[in-house]
Design a protein around this ligand. Sequence first.
Ligand SMILES: *Cc1c(COP(=O)(O)O)cnc(C)c1O
Length: 232
Amino acid sequence: MSISERFLEVKKRVDEAALRSGRDPADVRLVAVTKTHPASKINEAIEAGAADIGENRVQELLEKIDDVAPVRWHLIGHLQTNKVRQVIDKVVMIHSVDSLKLAREINKRAAAAGSVMDVLIEINSAMEETKSGIAAGDLKQLVTEITAECESVRVCGIMCIPPIAADPEDSRPYFKEAAELFKEMKGWDLPAERFAPTELSMGMSGDFEVAIEEGATIVRVGSSIFGPRNYR
Ligand SMILES: *Cc1c(COP(=O)(O)O)cnc(C)c1O
């Protein structure tokens, strides 16, 4: 199958999972994850209808962006504070905020650019040492601190990556937990200009349908669209 065929196939599965769970397919956004894949392949997906593209690393995003058709870029991987300046005017959303320090740097750079950056807070669902993200129990404090002082940052929800699983059903408890936390978050009384919790970013190639059933508003799908990755 070509990349465009695979993209359309994944899009169809996304829509069907939404309908199956009584949701509007328009409420679930498919971010095509392109790490390790060249601009030419990304453009194939864009031609097939991909409107949101996700990259993990700043360097890789910068290397490709000029050769890719205009599209909404998402930074989904761990972000170092010293790289923020380079992506602040390139991406529509940063999915991986996990410290006040990082939020402050995003705030500083967004303010300098005269913009407001939409961010998600990354939750480390199983508290795996190899993954970034904060504990669920620390979410409220971090969001309260960010919204209190970062005028050029808007906290739009949470992102999570459950442990790698062979069976998508193994991810369900983590997705349920994230959805609970997201629901709780929606009730927090924080400044509306800096706090708009509308996005729950969860689900990858192996488990995006389960994630949608549990309430994901953004799924991040790579290998099901672009094939396996060869890391350099
Ligand atoms: C690579 C990656 C994905 C996509 O993973 P696939 O299993 O290839 O769909 C999603 N989210 C993040 C944060 C990633 O790094």
